[in-house]
Design a protein around this ligand. Structure first.
Ligand SMILES: [Zn+2]
Length: 134
C-alpha cells in the first residue's frame, strides 16, 4: 500500500508553517484581541465581533507553528509498516502502523488529516470510519 496520506499531511503541514512564517513579519508572532480589535503586531484590524477577534488572535503564527511542530512529531511516530518484509509475518499479514499496530492508515493519522478534508487532494477513504458511516 502506498503512503499517500503521510505525504498529503506533510504537504499540508509545510503549507501551514510557510503561511504562518509569512505572517510573522516582525517576529512577534503573538496576536492579541482587545474587544473588537485584533493586534497583528504590524497592524490592527478593528470592527470584528469580540468573539471573532479572540478566535483570530488565538490562531496567531506562533501557535500555528507549535501545532505544526507537534503534528510533525506525531507523523514521525506513525509510520507505515508494510506487510511485505514485515518480521511479524505470518501472524500479522497486513500493512499497519509501526507505532500502534493499527491497520494502515491508523486512526491518529486519519484524525490529523480531518481538518484538511476540504482540500482538493483529500481522499474520501481518509475520513475516519465513524464519520464515513454517518
Ligand atoms: Zn499510528
Amino acid at each position: 500500500m502506498s503512503d499517500d496520506l503521510t505525504e498529503f499531511l506533510r504537504k499540508r503541514l509545510d503549507e501551514d508553517a510557510e503561511l504562518a512564517g509569512r505572517c510573522d513579519g516582525d517576529g512577534c508572532g503573538q496576536w492579541t484581541a482587545h474587544g473588537h480589535t485584533v493586534d497583528f503586531c504590524q497592524v490592527d484590524l478593528s470592527g470584528l465581533h469580540p468573539t471573532i477577534a479572540e478566535h483570530v488572535a488565538l490562531h496567531d503564527p506562533a501557535r500555528v507553528l507549535r501545532e505544526v511542530a507537534a503534528k510533525r512529531r506525531i507523523l514521525t511516530r506513525h509510520v507505515l509498516s508494510p506487510a511485505v518484509g514485515d518480521p511479524e509475518l505470518p501472524w500479522d499479514n497486513r500493512d499497519d502502523c509501526n507505532w500502534d499496530g493499527e491497520a494502515w492508515p491508523c486512526a491518529d493519522l486519519l484524525d490529523l488529516a480531518l481538518p484538511y478534508s476540504d482540500h482538493p487532494d483529500f481522499q474520501e477513504q481518509w475520513l475516519p470510519h465513524q464519520i464515513r458511516t454517518r
